[in-house]
Design a protein around this ligand. Sequence first.
Ligand SMILES: [Zn+2]
Length: 276
Amino acid sequence: MRLMIMTDLEGVAGIINFNDYTGSDSRYYELAKRLLTLELNAAIRGFIAGGFTEFFVVDGHGPGAINPELLHERAELFRGHFTPIYPWGLDQGFDALAFVGQHARAGTPNSHLTHTQSCNVLEFTANGFPIGEYGQLALCAKELGIPTIFASGERALCAEAEELTPGVVTVAVKRGVAPDDGYPELTGPEYRQKKTSAIHLSPVTARRRIAAGAEEAARRFAADPESFGYMPLEAPWILTRQMRRTEPDTPLPERTVATDPVSFIRAQNKLFGQKV
Ligand SMILES: [Zn+2]
């Protein structure tokens, strides 16, 4: 049983803010990479206990956030960009897709370190439904007929995942505490500063819960793969990306739109300026 695991940094327990943790020149970046890699390893242990045998790990954080020296020995690590980018190497040779360390989509109330690609994005939609980085890859998997079985990250991401991919096993490792409306009026840099308050699990507890959740997802996948589903979003595809205003009290920039009559993956690559 072969699994793709997409990883990101902002949804990991103990990743406190952008400035000190998520950039390659951040003062706690090595700690941040360690925290992600150990959450990932906990997930892999759970998936192995539940029957998965092969692991293709994608390091999806901008500057890269897996520490290869700590990585579980059963995993292969991918870092870089495919051409075109989506679906990140996912193909029908995989049995399932999982996420570790994921954050919620741009504009989510009560979320932490929230963004879609960057804090400058106000909203990204697929056929009118707002999605984030989770949905951007999960809908590729849907198109390929591959179920999304597990997601760990902040609590708001878990809710997002359960709506888009009903049946997915989620593990929340922290919860944002800003009771906001998504701050649609803010610029990207202003939004970035507003989304840094959260209550975190101890990393040790987070890893224990992640291992248990991954094992549960793997066992249920083996017994009942049909229990993992997707929201009924279907072709034809219209994807939109609305950026935040660049200066306070100025109009919003024009939306970027990409369409495809058949393929979400093709529409997604078009939106990101890829040759398809
Ligand atoms: Zn991300």
